[in-house]
Design a protein. Structure first.
Length: 164
């Protein structure tokens, strides 16, 4: 996998990264996210397993998002400075949380207005701890991660609201 980073003169440089294997005991890749982890259930984060983390990783960051949202990609969860090797358990806050698309910190589960949406749990192994405040938005997190990603991976699940 190759990520791109801006250099001091604002040109792009390629940085090779390893691939993380991302799993969940709650759902298989490409399958529906169980109701428990959505706005129709308890609205808690699912457990996320992060495998094959490089020894150079100093921290982990997660961005959970819905690229199928009507008005562009919707952020459901931003969390960073997770210690490598830490289990991301169900209903946990293993690091520092940023502001999601609901305007809150922490996890906000799938809740599409209509149809079936895809939900990506993108995980990044970083070579440093990030120095950004809790409640930061996605742009600040991505800027802080720039040039520090040593591995990445993702898990995708789907969800459609059930009609009542």
């Amino acid at each position: 996998m190759v990520n791109f980073s801006h250099t001091k003169d604002n040109s792009m440089e390629a940085i090779a990264t390893a691939t993380l294997r991302i799993v969940s005991a709650a759902f298989e890749p490409g399958q529906p996210v169980p109701k428990k982890y959505t706005c129709e259930g308890e609205d808690v984060n699912p457990p996320i397993g992060i495998c094959t983390v490089p020894e150079t990783a100093a921290s982990i960051a997660i961005i959970a998002e819905d690229p199928d949202a009507t008005h562009g990609t919707f952020v459901h969860w931003l969390v960073w400075n997770i210690p490598p090797g830490t289990a991301v358990g169900e209903n946990s806050n293993p690091g520092i949380s940023g502001r999601n698309g609901f305007g809150k910190t922490g996890y906000g589960g799938p809740c599409p207005p209509s149809g079936t949406h895809r939900y990506f749990f993108r995980v990044y192994a970083l070579n440093k701890l990030l120095d950004i405040p809790a409640g930061s938005e996605r742009k600040a997190l991505e800027q802080a991660m720039e040039g520090h990603i040593v591995a990445s991976g993702e898990l995708m699940g789907t969800f459609a609201k059930h009609k009542s």
